[in-house]
Design a protein. Structure first.
Length: 147
């Protein structure tokens, strides 16, 4: 997410990223890990970033950019939009929920999955921006664990 209006320049000339003031996440945060991987793919050394501050949450990243303490930082589309920032998607992340079989088949959890697949659930996700619930609740593996 960023405040600047030069999004095309940043993507066509990734070296310009090194000139920007960055707010980054703490080591171990998913968005920080993805940022380092993406920079490496762009042949940029993450250690050469001009880091102005660190943030514990994506909302803190957005806040630092909105308050002009940084120019750019990693985060979610929903946090960027909430702060009135520009968002450039450079990677997509998916999450899997691992739960015991008896819990998965409980009626309350199944009702949640049904709601997430409903038009109301999809409207809620679309309102948050950046979330895709198409596969939500899909059973990926239902096998026995071998010992």
């Amino acid at each position: 997410m960023l405040r600047a209006n030069d999004t095309e320049t940043l993507l066509s000339e990734p070296t310009h990223l090194l000139e920007k003031r960055w707010v980054t996440r703490q080591e171990g945060a998913g968005s920080q890990r993805f940022l380092k991987d993406w920079l490496t793919q762009q042949r940029l050394n993450p250690e050469h970033l001009n880091i102005s501050s660190r943030a514990l949450t994506e909302r803190e990243v957005a806040s630092a950019i909105a308050r002009n303490q940084a120019d750019i930082g990693p985060g979610t589309e929903s946090a960027a939009i909430e702060a009135g920032l520009t968002f450039i998607p450079v990677y997509q992340e998916s999450f899997e929920l691992v739960i015991p079989r008896p819990v998965y088949f409980r009626s309350l959890l199944q009702a949640l999955f049904e709601w997430l697949q409903s038009s109301e659930g999809n409207q809620c996700a679309q309102g948050l921006k950046g979330y895709d619930l198409q596969q939500c609740g899909k059973l990926i593996w239902n096998g026995e664990v071998s010992e």
